[in-house]
Design a protein around this ligand. Structure first.
Ligand code: FES
Length: 173
């Protein structure tokens, strides 16, 4: 099965084969306690954990698919649905929180009509609240990630974040 979302970060690779996972599975499949590492690497490769990839990991590791699914859905770090072309990682660490990250989140949610963890209907944006991004002096901060790289925006205000999102959307239309 290929990826159903042409905007998602698994890009043109699709998920029709999982050959990119082979080196990961060669290294970790038989190492006890490595399931989370395998899932993290699978998510890095495909953007999210589809049932196809879970079944593939189950076949290769001998771990039951139901158990893998249970682990994947237990941890918030794992995504079970495709993400948008632009992944907004909004910092909710202490420095950003003190400097108004909640206000920034409100502005993003209003502008994009989504909540944390959701993707816009057009598949362009996904919003994820994250822990400290490591540039606290720029708080409040967000990082916008695409398959081509990432950009960090600091000293955000409600107005600034709306302008950034509008610019991205204009670029995409
Ligand atoms: S708390 Fe936001 S970058 Fe550190």
């Amino acid at each position: 099965m290929t990826c159903q979302n042409s905007n998602c970060q698994c890009g043109s690779k699709g998920t029709s084969d999982f050959s990119e996972l082979t080196p990961v599975l060669e290294e970790y499949a038989k190492v006890p306690g490595s399931l989370i590492t395998i899932l993290q690497k699978a998510q890095d490769l495909y953007g999210y954990l589809s049932m196809d990839v879970i079944n593939y990991i189950a076949n290769e590791t001998g771990i039951k698919a139901a158990k893998i699914y249970g682990v994947a859905t237990f941890y918030t770090q794992f995504r079970m649905k495709p993400i948008g072309k632009y992944l907004i990682m909004l910092c909710q660490g202490t420095a950003c929180h003190v400097n108004g990250s909640k206000m920034i989140e409100e502005a993003i949610c209003e502008e994009l009509k989504i909540k944390d963890g959701e993707t816009t209907e057009d598949g362009i944006f996904t919003l994820n609240n994250v822990a400290c991004l490591g540039c606290c002096s720029l708080a409040p901060v967000m990082m916008v990630k695409t398959v081509n790289g990432e950009e960090t925006y600091g000293n955000l205000t409600k107005e600034a974040v709306r302008i950034i999102l509008k610019e991205i959307r204009n670029r995409e239309s």
